[in-house]
Design a protein around this ligand. Structure first.
Ligand code: GTR
Length: 384
């Protein structure tokens, strides 16, 4: 887009965004006919299925298969004395077989040896091969020792093992195993494929007696934060979802956000979404849904959205606004979503509602300090 129109557009967006009038966004409580529901049951029956379907058809794509008939998980390596004897490490191999072949992924699970009961677990969508011995790095930290010390188990997988994170990756991943050619305009994108694989890891966790499958969180940073949100919208077994700096196509509002827009993300990363999403380039107002409704699909479960002060591309203010706009769904379940409608000062976490939030000082990254808040939120709300 020419620079001038970009500037004009973003200043208009800014004016609209402060304050934002509720009528400009789809109502997360409205049915197809515009009727606003007033009970959790009515929302579950009349709003949730339709909202989910709209996100499938227009944004992330429709999954061709739920749980595959042939999906095998086995522990290929076990070390009961990992990390100086503090943890049991299990390397798991999961094979997905479909009409066009098969794909294998290798998640790594660590369980605290000090646990006396099945452990609550953080499942990380990883950019790289999971390595519990690596120093947590700035792109997608996995602070294994800190998690274990607080009694959490943790499992990580590399998203590219599921479906390669590149434009021409369709033929090499799980989407090719189950996909048909030509691909329909609502065929699933890579974000959905990654989330689908996390659900298959959940299938395994449900069989592991060391894990409390009622307390499994999915967490991802940036593109993986988008994938984690969509994963938990599709699969309600996850009781907690964490989106770190997920921005466009994640926690931030498509209509009013600054920084990255639908036109940007679908030019650089078209394969993350279904093809239909491209219809909304420079036409976000025509989207039948917006991202606060994605957050609403997590209700009444725990949700944490984290932003960063220097991450203008993701737009932390918009991520916060989205949490505010999702909160009426939590209210239907007699829960407080976000406990405040005012953006908190940097580094001050809002932990009292069922939606947690903080804006960390610094750049686009997943850091140990982000994780501390996510663990604090779990310790506060995640009761056995
Ligand atoms: C950016 C992209 C964002 C975000 C990020 C990442 O370039 O525009 O939407 O997902 O990459 O995943 O690192």
């Amino acid at each position: 887009m020419p620079i001038l129109s970009r500037i004009v557009r973003s200043s208009v967006t800014f004016l609209l965004a402060t304050p934002l009038c509720a009528a400009e966004l789809p109502d997360p409580l409205a049915t197809a006919t515009g009727q606003v529901v007033t009970s959790a049951q009515a929302w579950q029956q009349q709003v949730r299925p339709r909202t989910l379907q709209l996100f499938r058809e227009q944004v992330y794509g429709v999954r061709p298969v739920a749980k595959p008939a042939v999906s095998q998980a086995r522990v290929v390596r076990e070390d009961p004395q990992a990390l100086d004897g503090t943890a049991t490490l299990k390397e798991i191999e999961i094979t997905f077989a479909g009409p066009n072949g098969s794909v294998r992924i290798h998640p790594v699970l660590l369980i605290p040896n000090a646990a006396i009961a099945p452990a609550p677990t953080f499942l990380l969508f990883g950019f790289t091969k999971p390595d519990p011995l690596a120093e947590p790095n700035i792109k997608g930290a996995w602070p294994v020792r800190q998690l274990l010390a607080r009694g959490f188990a943790t499992v990580a997988f590399e998203v590219s093992e599921v479906d390669p994170d590149r434009a021409d990756g369709f033929g090499d991943g799980v989407r090719a195993v189950f996909g048909k050619q030509p691909r329909p305009a609502d065929a699933w994108g890579a974000l959905s494929a990654w989330g689908w694989a996390a659900s298959r890891i959940m299938d395994y966790l449900e069989t592991d007696h060391a894990i409390d499958a009622t307390r499994v969180a999915v967490i991802g940073h940036s593109r993986c934060g988008k994938a984690a949100l969509w994963c938990a919208a599709e699969d309600q077994r996850f009781s907690y979802v964490i989106s770190n700096n997920s921005g466009c196509g994640g926690a931030a509002l498509a209509r009013t956000k600054k920084g990255e827009r639908v036109a940007d993300i679908t030019s650089h990363f078209p394969y993350w979404f279904c093809e239909n999403y491209q219809k909304y380039r420079n036409r976000e107002d025509d989207l039948p849904v917006d991202q606060h409704q994605l957050l609403g699909l997590i209700a009444p479960r725990l949700l944490y959205v984290a932003s960063a002060t220097q991450d203008d591309w993701a737009d932390g203010r918009s991520e916060f606004e989205s949490c505010v706009r999702a909160s009426p769904v939590y209210a239907l379940f007699a829960k407080t979503g976000l406990p405040s409608t005012t953006l908190p000062p940097p580094d001050q976490a809002l932990l009292d509602g069922s939606i947690g939030y903080h804006m960390r000082t610094g750049p686009h990254a997943l850091t140990i300090s982000d994780w501390q808040h996510f663990m604090d939120f779990a310790a506060k709300h995640w009761k056995p």
